[in-house]
Design a protein around this ligand. Sequence first.
Ligand code: ARG
Length: 503
Amino acid sequence: MKLWAGRFNKDINPLVLDYTQTIDIDKRLIEFDIWGSITHVLMLCNQNIISQEHGRKILQCLVKIFEDHRQGKIQLERELEDVHLNLENRVISQLGMDIGGRMHAARSRNDQVVTDTRLYLRISLLNIQQELLKFVEILIDLAETNVETVIPGYTHSQPAQPISLAYWLTAYASMFNRDIKRLDKAFENTNLNPLGACALAGTSFPIEREITTNLLGFDGLLLHGLDATSSRDFIIESLAALAIIMSNLSKMAEEIVLWNSFEFRLVEVDDTFATGSSIMPQKKNPVVAELARAKTGRVYGALMQILTIVKGVTTGYSCDLQEDKPFLWQAIDDTSLTISVMCQQLQTLKFNTQRALSMSWENFSTATELANYLVVEINMPFREAHQIVGTVVNQLIKFGKTLSDVTDISQSLEELGMNISPEVLRELLNPIQAISRQTSKGGTAPESVQEILETLNRDIIHQKDSLAGRYKKIQQAFDKTFEITNQFISGIDIHIAISGVES
Ligand code: ARG
């Protein structure tokens, strides 16, 4: 039965049905749609918009549908277009039009769909935060035991200065920590109630929007009905946050691919995170990292897609807006899967620390230390020291030497009128020592990294608390909805069952 068929003379063209139906996408909304409908009906009863007798029957039916859904027994029918019409149809076919047909007063699919989407997205944002938190904790754990492990640090992909492995790891922990905070903002703008906006203009029924707001665990309501039904900026903001997460993951993936190459050999991905070649027997390819890079493009695509959709849609719902969900779902899946697979890959990644140390001796990356020494010990202007060390490096390169050839360096400096013994130079140019000197706030020295770790740890504790609070609030709202519904169904007056929920 088509619930909107009254003004039509002909049935829909099958191709148009194919083109417009959203059944596969809407599957993820079933339980949120039922939860939303239950709170709506409770509100309608409380406001005497429908009778308590009718309300009880409808709620009984909705609770049964919910249980059936949890047992995997609900199949949505394509012919009924979307999740909303499917579920309303089910209620009407079970209770008859006289009762079931009363559920949709003071509501539209326009406020309904965006309510469902917000309910689904908010929990997805929390789940992604949880996965990121796990990742940050693992990065911190690995960092804590590697504050003195040397790896080459790069700028322009050229050896720059040695850093500790902990420093590299905490760089990502810092990025993901910010990503978690960014998701907080997206959550705040998502967790607002559009229900009660109706089609676009509100309603003449005496609805009470605070009831559905509280029973659905929203932090507040979207006051403006036309805005509430038209706007998708909460999706844009969420997808922007996901796109940024992916860009950070992709950066790490790129480093893993590069460092895992034979030429770098700084890391080795575990066998369990690689695949082989069908023709070249020697190959072990870092495909997880490669795919993480590529999937980033899909999430960017989702962001571009929603931005492009909304720019042409006038205020008030247009069907363009139903295309907001397919790519959002995809982006949620891609991001959470990429976070967990990259996290597990990192836990099994082998760092070739021996080679990292010898590369740091040979790649001239402690040259800045020598320049700084000349500034401090000889009171030379930095620009002049830079010039001199540059000349020394140039000579060393010419003779196939490195900064580990301290006798040669000592001689070159002597020719330039400076007396620095090979012993002092060995100490000065040692990458481990070099790292230990970068004690400025946010530097790579162990004590600076310690401070970074402490700050990260504090943030993590705070984030975990806030996340647990949000999960709990949602769960409590859900439990409360069903508790009130059961009391009401069992005969308690709606005003007693629901008391306290409005405030
Ligand atoms: N299936 C639609 C969506 O996903 C919801 C229905 C919107 N209302 C309408 N009149 N078509 O956005």
